[in-house]
Design a protein around this ligand. Structure first.
Ligand code: IVH
Length: 676
């Protein structure tokens, strides 16, 4: 073998290994950039030697040509469904029945897994090579979506035959594995935003997104979608005796499995686990519509047989649905603190996931038009986790003909001012700077718990303060006098005092809360905290330039631009100055229990090998004392920490910028001297 050929094999092995670390073990060893470098190197060799390309090469996931249709494939065994239940009693009844039907002396233990709401897929491997990937279809015959499934990076193209590792059992000649392909919840919104941007129809939920992405004829489209996979069954292969071992075996062979499966000896404990997830389902990065309780002993499952389409050996405990259908009565328009006009649906009240829902967002008027939602429609309303309930779309089959179109307003419903649409944005805005609705909302946001946390300043009081003319900009709050407040309806001495005390107390709020409260577009808590951490003072933030801001982790160009625009406005700077003059402190937060943080506000870059600590240790050390560590030397770098064999670029850049260069000993001194 030539060197190049050897390198090719080596690269494929490395890439498969790192895929396994990333997708199966969830613990990558190398950076994305390093992975990409390996990948590109492999691509380059294959470009020089097309004759060496094999179908299981990591570069061969996207096959290219759109297909005319899907071939049908018969599954080796029926792919079954699951009976579902919604209460503990039903689960106990299920177990009772299973006990009665079970052979004498059968032992019952259980595996509980999330029931992933995705697309069921069936993967067939021959001699360790992926041959067919299919949908479940009707359970007997599915659609051949191999070309699409090959693009899913979680799906092993070949099973790493780790002959070197005796603890990994051999892969059977023919292996059929089944699982669920899904779209992570965290990627769903971004995918929809992209689709909308390019004028395509967004998906109603992550399940449809996964199914739609996999059941489509051009694999290149699938390749661009962040589809993931969890496997949970060996349909055909070795006789692995228990479900728990199936999961283990699948992992050993390189298939991803959910980290949230557990084994229990007693049904009580299994049920407790089900309930735990019921309460925490919104933490999962995949949609789960329930938990599956499986009898662990697969021979016993088999012996229990099926009832209709449902195996008796497992049962799905369904979570409460997140959707309901109800009538859309009216559309109200809400004016946000940034002037956004949002259509809000007024609904016939329904219960979704145990909560009464009467209002749901319609997102924006473009969305309403695209989905053709009309007044009087029966609509699907969805409430998932912590998100605000929203209208998914109309049920057009239930239309009576009486429904009326919903039109976008031409003027602000509050101030009557003109409404504009910004390029690149779907929302319509009221741009009247003195629109009372906008300012009232700003005041509410300023006083809210997520910002300055001023007790007693809710929506009603905000309206009163604005309507009476007492508060015209946010800083006016800090110049309120008791006699002013006494003029307002419902304000006696005690209430006025309480409000003034609450306003007074808010002067001590940390800087990030002030930043959130100011209402800078796109600056929420995370961005505000990043700004506070990085700059430590409002003056530094007001001075910062856009390039500088967007170099900060967590601050993208949109936020950076918005911050610069905000402080470029003299009226906004004046508000800050008046607040400061009134005694608002705007200092960085000191977290409770933390002692002095001697490196607070300082940014370090490390280069070379330090004598007494590894790169990770040094980073942890700096961060533990309040400092920040970044990768590249910039104007924001306070110190370059240098060890042996430092990087030339960093040294040169530090010299250019005059960044102080220190060694490890000096770093330790800085901490120790100031900590005293
Ligand atoms: S077991 C006999 N386990 O739910 C085995 N199914 O309603 C039957 N599903 O068709 C399937 N997560 O598409 C099983 N951890 C899980 C699952 C799961 C999701 C889906 C699957 C199945 C449907 C049954």
């Amino acid at each position: 073998m030539t060197d190049e050929r050897q390198r090719l094999e080596e690269l494929r092995r490395l890439i498969r290994y790192h895929d396994y670390r990333y997708y199966v073990l969830n613990s990558p060893e190398i950076s994305d950039a390093a992975y990409d470098a390996l990948f590109r190197e492999l691509q380059a060799i294959e470009a020089r030697h097309p004759e060496w390309i094999t179908p299981d090469s990591p570069t061969q996931r996207v096959s290219g040509e759109p297909q005319a249709g899907f071939r049908r494939v018969r599954h080796p065994r029926p792919i079954l469904s699951l009976a579902s239940v919604t209460s503990d009693e039903e689960v106990w009844a299920w177990l009772d029945r299973a006990r009665r039907l079970a052979p004498k002396g059968a032992r019952f233990d259980f595996v509980v897994e999330p029931k992933i709401d995705g697309l069921r897929v069936v993967l067939t491997y021959l001699d360790g090579q992926l041959r067919v990937g299919a949908t479940r279809g009707d359970g007997e015959v599915g659609e051949d979506i191999t070309a699409n499934l090959r693009t899913v990076r979680d799906v092993p193209l070949s099973i790493p035959l780790r002959k070197d590792d005796p603890s990994v059992p051999p892969v059977p000649r023919r292996l059929v594995v089944s699982g669920e392909a899904y779209l992570p919840v965290s990627r769903f919104a971004a995918l929809n935003a992209e689709l909308e941007k390019s004028g395509e129809r967004p998906f109603a939920n992550p399940r449809n997104a996964a199914a739609g992405s996999l059941r489509q004829l051009d694999p290149r489209v699938t390749a661009a979608r962040p589809i993931r996979l969890f496997t949970y069954a060996i349909v055909d292969g070795d006789g692995v005796p228990t479900q728990w071992e199936v999961l283990h075996r699948l992992r050993q062979w390189g298939f991803p499995t959910t980290p949230d499966a557990r084994h229990f000896d007693r049904l009580e404990d299994a049920l407790a686990y089900v309930h735990e997830w019921m309460a925490r389902r919104s933490e999962l990065d995949y949609e789960a519509d329930g938990m599956v309780i499986k009898i662990n002993d697969l021979a016993l499952q088999e012996a229990l047989g099926v009832a209709g389409r449902d195996p008796r050996g497992a049962v799905a405990f369904k979570f409460e649905p997140r959707e309901a259908v109800t009538r859309l009565r009216e559309v109200e328009i809400q004016v946000g603190s940034m002037g956004t006009l949002t259509p809000v649906a007024v609904l016939d009240p329904v219960h979704i996931g145990g909560v009464r829902v009467e209002h749901a967002t319609l997102h924006n008027f473009q969305d309403v038009a695209r989905k053709d939602i009309r007044l009087g429609d029966m609509v699907v309303v969805r409430r998932a986790g912590d998100v605000i309930p929203y209208v998914v779309g109309p049920v057009t089959s239930l239309r009576t003909g009486e429904e009326r179109p919903i039109e976008a307003p031409k003027e602000c419903p509050v101030c009557g001012g003109p409404v504009i649409q910004r390029p690149d944005e779907v929302a319509v805005y009221c741009v009247n700077v003195s629109c009372p609705a906008i300012f009232v909302r700003r005041l509410e946001v300023f006083a809210s718990r997520g910002a300055m946390d001023i007790e007693g300043l809710g929506s009603r009081v905000a309206h009163q303060l604005v309507d009476s003319g007492l508060v015209r900009d946010l800083s006016d709050l800090y110049y309120l006098r008791e006699e002013d407040l006494l003029r307002l309806e419902g304000f006696a001495r005690k209430r006025a005092e309480n409000l003034l005390n609450a306003v007074e107390a808010s002067k001590e709020r940390p800087l990030w809360r002030v930043l959130v409260g100011l209402g800078i577009r796109h600056v929420g808590q995370a961005a505000a905290q990043a700004l506070e951490q990085h700059y430590g003072s409002i003056d530094a933030i007001m001075r910062a330039r856009q390039e500088e801001l967007q170099a900060i982790e967590g601050i993208g160009p949109t936020i950076a631009r918005s911050v610069v625009e905000f402080f470029a406005n003299p009226a906004n700077r004046r508000v800050v100055e008046r607040m400061r003059a009134a005694g608002v402190r705007m200092e960085p937060e000191r977290r409770a229990g933390e002692g002095r943080r001697p490196l607070e506000g300082l940014t370090f870059v490390i280069t070379g090998t330090l004598p007494g600590m590894s790169r990770e240790e040094a980073t942890a050390y700096i961060e533990a004392h309040g400092g920040r560590v970044t990768d590249a030397v910039s104007r924001n770098t306070d110190f370059l920490v240098v060890g042996e064999a430092p990087g030339g670029t960093k040294m040169r850049r530090a010299q250019e910028l005059g960044t102080p260069v220190i060694d490890e000993a000096r770093l330790r001194e800085m901490v120790e001297q100031q900590a005293r």
